[in-house]
Design a binder for this molecule. Structure first.
Ligand SMILES: [Zn+2]
Length: 831
């Protein structure tokens, strides 16, 4: 260096280099690394969420020109959800301009040059390395990677699921040895029944991107749609013994995934491999994690034009701060941080190197596509249509209302080509719109599978999930109006007068059930019709709610209360001046029974599945809004069940231990005395073994000789016996209270091959010998035979009570809209 001092040109260069170095190092010096800020070396403790927020706030306060935080919401337990935007000071100044220019690309306009990379950490709360790694990665970006930020804007969600993560961290801190032990038998490596993976309601947030049932997802989608990043990474962990997994993903890939999206997955993977090879770290690609089910943090972004990827470190809730692996090595939190940190930085590097291409290809993704089906046309109950339009609105999917005509196409109900008459109550969703790819993925009748081995369910088509009649049309259907029609116009408040004898409410949708729950919660007495009737020239079906004035004569403000609830729920209430019907049974008849304000208990803890328990808990609190008592299996013995009218046993692990002889006897006695027991999924097995009950497992003829599977292909042989999630058309007896409000078919999402024979009496929904091929999704050939002529939903009368059997789960992931009424029927109508 000294030799150059005489040369003024070099001198200048040296000074400016010194200046740059000083700038960079002043950034580095000014900003504390996570370890310095937190007061412990990263990886030696788990950082609670509030301290993670402190560090991000610290960064934004000390590098305000380069880091901006956005609070995008709050969890069920009140923890803030935040995003950190990170780039150069220049880009950050132009952040809104960059966003708008980027979005113009979806319309084929705009000249964007910046790559937008979104990194989501810790969607599964107990995959706890992710949030720790995010802090290291962000720090490194700000202090040593400024050059890759010149053309890149990074959006970091440090913790998608703070409730779950803090649940894990708090639990771990309570149970860890000091110092931690790597012995995998020690308690610190064994999370309890309620582990940290799901959110507060025990929903898996990495199954919820498309359905948006959870508060975290609903708040996130608003910002996500504002940015639609080029690249989205979802950081995860898998089992302790698994090497690291990164892109490219495994088959099946959904057919909408473009060549570029596939190719770029490989580009990213090869860049990561470079670093992993140099360090001698193990990894795998192209296996296990496929790109099909649309509700993941990789597929959903992919269907919105992004390069969506899952990265999986070995570890998870059993890894703690360090654990001995199957090969005798020690896996530490520090190692796990380093790996996620490496793939994070490598992703940014490759995105920055390819910013121009990412922008070009993103524009191409949004150019009009010639999908086979141009329009999806949906008819049905207005409440169900409304529920669907609410989901579409959250996704910024456009929809219209049809005009009077006839539309031809694939009929979802019949499974054949057919036609339907449309009018202004008919919903039309076109695939030639900005979100057209997502429309195709969510609406098409049957998803094309390039491989039947997949990680998840293989069918989800929304017309089936929402119980709507639909046609997929190969020509675009012209529609007129884009404003929502008011389906509430029939309510005449003046008619809710004191002169009325009773008020009638039709029973057709889950929204009706929600209205009923609200009425019962307000102590309004409600009856229901067990037979159809005609009143004032209007036909009313089974399940119609009848609210008489005399039942409610002691309720102060009865009419005001009924009026305000009808308004709140947008319900049509038909007043009538008499209890004398034109046809059917009068309101004083025995077939018009009062509805019980049922006291409901729900079993939690082992052996129930946290997911199924969570779905039911969420159903009561957030969807139906009706009280439920949660009884943990730990102290179930001490509870006096006679205080409850309904007991729900969720699906889960085998119930044999819980339903031991003594317990079975006492539960049967409770049912005999008038209790209603709702058993779901695996909880049915032990009832089927009880000789005094009707429920029986279906007799399966064993193959004479089981084929010897080919060694490499035994997984494929196995899938002949499997259904991992496919839609079946079941017949349903809508004269039974469990099926009030339904047509005579119900599309059920089948998640397994549990097979029970029809009940002698009380078979409500069932598969017959013909209905065993799924209407959508994959079902193995042996599995199809197994489920032929089996029960789907049924009710067994037992003494003065009932056993309600749910072989399938109508509340699966909270998104099977058409199953919710069935569950409400089980609570209120079955008597
Ligand atoms: Zn995960």
């Amino acid at each position: 260096m000294i030799a150059f001092l005489g040369n003024i040109r070099y001198m200048r260069f040296f000074i400016s280099l010194l200046f740059i170095c000083t700038c960079l190092s002043s950034h580095a010096q000014n900003l504390k690394a996570p370890s310095d800020f937190l007061g412990y070396e990263l990886g030696t403790r788990f950082t609670p969420h509030h301290r993670v927020l402190d560090y991000y706030s610290y960064l934004s306060e000390n590098a305000p020109s380069r880091v901006r935080l956005e609070n995008y919401g709050e969890t069920n337990e009140g923890r803030p959800l935040i995003l950190a935007y990170i780039s150069t000071a220049k880009n950050m100044k132009n952040r809104e301009k960059i966003r708008l220019e980027h979005l113009k690309n979806t319309e084929g306009k705009g000249e964007p040059s910046i790559a937008i990379v979104w990194m989501s950490y810790n969607v599964h709360g107990n995959e706890s390395v992710s949030t720790e790694a995010s802090m290291k990665t962000v720090y490194e970006l700000l202090t040593h990677k400024e050059e890759s930020l010149e053309n890149t804007l990074v959006i970091v969600d440090p913790c998608v699921n703070p409730d779950g993560r803090d649940r894990y961290v708090n639990w771990y801190n309570q149970y860890k040895n000091s110092p931690y032990t790597i012995d995998p038998n020690s308690a610190e490596h064994h999370e309890p029944w309620l582990n940290g993976r799901p959110n507060h309601y025990m929903f898996d947030l990495n199954r919820d991107w498309a359905w948006l049932t959870q508060v975290e997802s609903r708040q996130r989608i608003k910002v996500y749609n504002k940015w639609l990043p080029h690249v989205h990474v979802d950081f995860h962990e898998q089992g302790v013994d698994s090497p690291y997994y990164f892109a490219p993903a495994a088959e099946p890939f959904h057919e909408v995934i473009t060549d570029f999206q596939r190719e770029f997955q490989t580009t990213v993977g090869k860049n990561h491999a470079k670093y992993f090879d140099a360090n001698g770290w193990f990894y795998f690609t192209k296996e296990v994690f496929d790109l099909l089910y649309p509700s993941y943090g990789d597929t959903f972004p992919t269907y919105n034009g992004s390069i969506g990827m899952t990265y999986e470190q070995g570890g998870s809730g059993s890894a703690g701060l360090g654990v001995r692996t199957g090969t005798g090595d020690t896996l530490t939190l520090k190692d796990r941080i380093l790996h996620h940190h490496t793939t994070g930085l490598s992703t940014l590097e490759i995105a920055s190197q390819n910013a121009v291409r990412l922008n070009q290809e993103f524009k191409k993704f949004y150019q009009p596509k010639d999908f086979k089906y141009k329009s999806y046309v949906l008819n049905g109950n207005p409440d169900k249509l409304k529920a669907l339009t609410e989901l579409l609105t959250k996704h910024e999917i456009e929809y219209e209302w049809a005009t009077d005509k006839t539309v031809k196409g694939f009929n979802y109900v019949s499974g054949k080509n057919g036609s339907v008459k449309t009018d202004n109550n008919t919903l039309v969703v076109n695939s030639d719109q900005k979100k057209g790819t997502l429309v195709k993925v969510l609406f098409e009748p049957n998803t094309k599978l390039s491989d039947s081995l997949t990680y998840d369910i293989t069918a989800w088509s929304l017309p089936y999930a929402y119980g709507l009649n639909a046609i997929a049309s190969e020509t675009k259907v012209a529609a007129k109006t884009t404003t929502d029609r008011n389906n509430f116009e029939a309510l005449n408040l003046e008619e809710l007068s004191s002169k009325s004898y009773a008020f009638l409410i039709k029973w057709n949708s889950f929204s009706d059930a929600r209205f009923l729950a609200d009425l019962l919660n307000s102590n309004i007495k409600v009856r229901y019709a067990q037979n159809p009737f005609v009143m004032d020239g209007v036909s009313y079906d089974r399940g119609t709610l009848i609210i008489t004035k005399s039942d409610n004569k002691n309720l102060p403000d009865f009419l005001d209360s009924l009026r305000s609830k009808a308004l709140k729920h947008q319900k049509v209430v038909y007043p009538t001046s008499t209890g004398f019907v034109d046809g059917g049974k009068d309101f004083g008849s025995h077939s018009v029974q009062p509805l019980k304000k049922a006291k409901v208990a729900l079993l939690s803890g082992k052996p129930t599945s946290t997911l199924n328990f969570g779905e039911i808990w969420y159903f009561f609190e957030q969807q139906l809004q009706y009280p439920v008592s949660v009884l943990n299996s730990d102290y179930f013995n001490t509870v006096d069940l006679s205080e409850y009218d309904v007991l729900i046993l969720p699906s889960g692990k085998p119930y044999a231990q819980f339903l031991n002889q003594a317990r079975m006897k006492s539960l049967k006695q409770w049912v005999r005395d008038g209790g209603k027991l709702i058993a779901m999924g695996s909880a049915l097995k032990d009832f089927a073994k009880d000789k005094t009950l009707q429920l029986k497992a279906k007799n399966i003829k064993k193959d004479s000789i089981a084929p010897i599977p080919i060694y490499d292909h035994d997984q494929r042989e196995q899938i002949k016996n499997e259904i991992t999630g496919a839609i079946f058309k079941t017949k349903i007896n809508n004269t039974h209270p469990l099926a009030y409000g339904y047509d005579d078919i119900y599309f059920s999402l089948k998640l397994g091959v549990d097979a029970y024979a029809y009940l002698d009496k009380g078979t409500v929904a069932y598969l017959d010998g013909n209905g065993i091929q799924p209407v959508a999704g994959f079902a193995g050939s042996d599995a199809q035979q197994k489920i032929a002529e089996t029960l789907v939903f049924g009710v067994e009368k037992y003494g003065s009570g009932q056993l309600v059997y749910m072989v399938d789960n109508p509340l699966f992931r909270g998104f099977w809209e058409n199953g919710k009424l069935l569950f409400a029927n089980a609570l209120f109508m079955v008597d």
